[in-house]
Design a protein around this ligand. Structure first.
Ligand SMILES: Cc1ncc(C[n+]2csc(CCOP(=O)(O)OP(=O)(O)O)c2C)c(N)n1
Length: 286
């Protein structure tokens, strides 16, 4: 099975897991989590240097979920990889759990508590600067939202990242064009986003954030320019993979009811079956 096929199937499994999680807890950020499942899957299963049995391994790549509200995909991936027991997912958002609604560094694999938008990039700049000063090779990946770009602190951190020539810092913007209350361009226009990041001294790439070939090709080439951090704009769909949630602002934190969960799981299973069938056909045709 090709890497891309494996990633596609894994991502569909994570989507189903996170929907079950949100459905059982009756809370969560469905749209944003479905939006970033593909980039997280690509990073954790293929790109990042990390070891679930040694979460504090000094040479590990670091991941900071700056858009911390959409943590559900991350919980499902960390559990799937063995950072903590899968059964613990059942405690998500229950009283006393460490699996709360935002990244929490009591959980193995989480570097830093996040969720107040506009903080993650500054944390990532600090980590990447520490790596540079210590002559370490690890990279720091930071996932931001497009609504989050309205936070002024993002731009202070962007300036610092370029100033310190942090080429092992890779930022992402999940450009799904929606934030909590509607279209990002209505709430706070951020275009032309690529030119803004370029003006701040970053090397900028744009990709389809749901295309694993493009994601892999782009991420395998980073850093392409030494002496500059990289910003990757992920063109994505909020609610991706669940037809009735795609591009619907209310699904930012809407929770599926029993019937919606059944429909969504049905769609994801059909997508997995189609991929498996295509793979089988390819195998038969040599
Ligand atoms: C400083 C701060 N202000 C407000 C919020 C409330 N909030 C949670 S999610 C969200 C919208 C985020 O939109 P975006 O960054 O586009 O994320 P996505 O659409 O990918 O979920 C807001 C304003 C917050 N978490 N932090």
């Amino acid at each position: 099975m090709s890497t891309v096929t494996e990633l596609k199937l894994k991502s569909l499994q994570i989507r189903a897991d996170l929907l079950r999680l949100i459905h059982s807890a009756k809370m969560g950020h469905t749209g944003g989590s479905l939006s970033n499942t593909d980039i997280l899957t690509t990073l954790y299963y293929e790109i990042m240097k990390h070891d679930p049995s040694r979460p504090k391994w000094a040479e590990r790549d670091r991941f900071i979920a700056s858009k911390g509200h959409s943590v559900e995909s991350l919980w499902c991936i960390l559990a799937d990889l063995g950072y903590f027991p899968k059964e613990e997912l059942a405690t998500y958002c229950q009283f006393g759990t460490r699996l709360i609604g935002h990244p929490n560094n009591k959980v193995p694999g989480i570097e830093m508590n996040t969720g107040a938008l506009g903080h993650g990039l500054a944390i990532s700049v600090g980590m990447a600067l520490a790596a540079k000063k210590d002559s370490k090779a690890y990279r720091v990946f930071c996932l931001m939202g497009d609504g989050e770009q309205a936070e002024g602190s993002v731009w202070e951190a962007a300036m610092a990242g370029a100033h310190y020539k942090l080429d092992h810092l890779i930022g992402f913007v999940d450009r799904n064009r929606l934030q909590i209350s509607g279209n990002t361009e209505d709430v706070m226009g951020i275009d032309p986003l690529d030119r803004k990041w370029e003006a701040f001294g970053w090397h900028v790439k744009q990709v389809n954030g749901h295309d694993f070939d493009e994601l892999l090709e782009t991420l395998r080439a980073v850093p392409e320019q030494t002496g500059k951090p990289t910003l990757i704009i992920l063109n994505t769909t909020k609610g991706k993979g669940v037809s009735f949630a795609e591009n619907q602002p209310e699904w930012h934190h809407h929770v599926p009811n029993d019937e919606q969960l059944r429909l969504a799981i049905g769609e994801l299973e059909a997508a997995s079956a189609a991929i498996a069938e295509a793979e089988e056909e390819r195998g038969m045709n040599g």
